[in-house]
Design a protein around this ligand. Structure first.
Ligand SMILES: [Zn+2]
Length: 117
């Protein structure tokens, strides 16, 4: 079983196309605030901790991609006042559109995530 980082490197996948922007995708030996992964919607980048094992790296990558999907769906701020209180159906409609766009724009990345080797 290959580590997702090795698969991404083999396939030269170093970014995520979100349509309106291409986010740089990379690893780092340390992240601010002891985070394991981070998506910066201002700098347009996704950084993953370089020392995550394969399972956790895949989980964190999908977590960060979900942040991207929500960004695509219009959730551009942290919403501390909980203005957006959507129902399951509301969120599903938005997330499914965001995921479909993400998958269509990044087939190589999605294949790398889906296949373990
Ligand atoms: Zn998060």
């Amino acid at each position: 079983m290959s580590h997702i980082y090795d698969i991404l490197a083999e396939r030269h996948i170093g970014s995520v196309d979100l349509g309106f922007a291409r986010y740089k995708l990379f690893t780092a030996d340390s992240l601010p605030d002891d985070e394991w992964a981070h998506t910066d919607t201002d700098l347009h980048e996704i950084v993953l901790h370089a020392h995550l094992d394969d399972g956790r790296a895949r989980e964190f990558l999908m977590h960060e991609l979900t942040h991207c999907v929500l960004e695509l769906a219009g959730y551009t701020s942290e919403d501390p006042d909980k203005i957006y209180e959507d129902t399951n159906e509301d969120m599903t409609i938005k997330l499914s559109r965001g995921f479909l766009l993400l998958v269509q724009l990044n087939p190589d990345l999605m294949m790398a995530l889906a296949k373990k080797n």
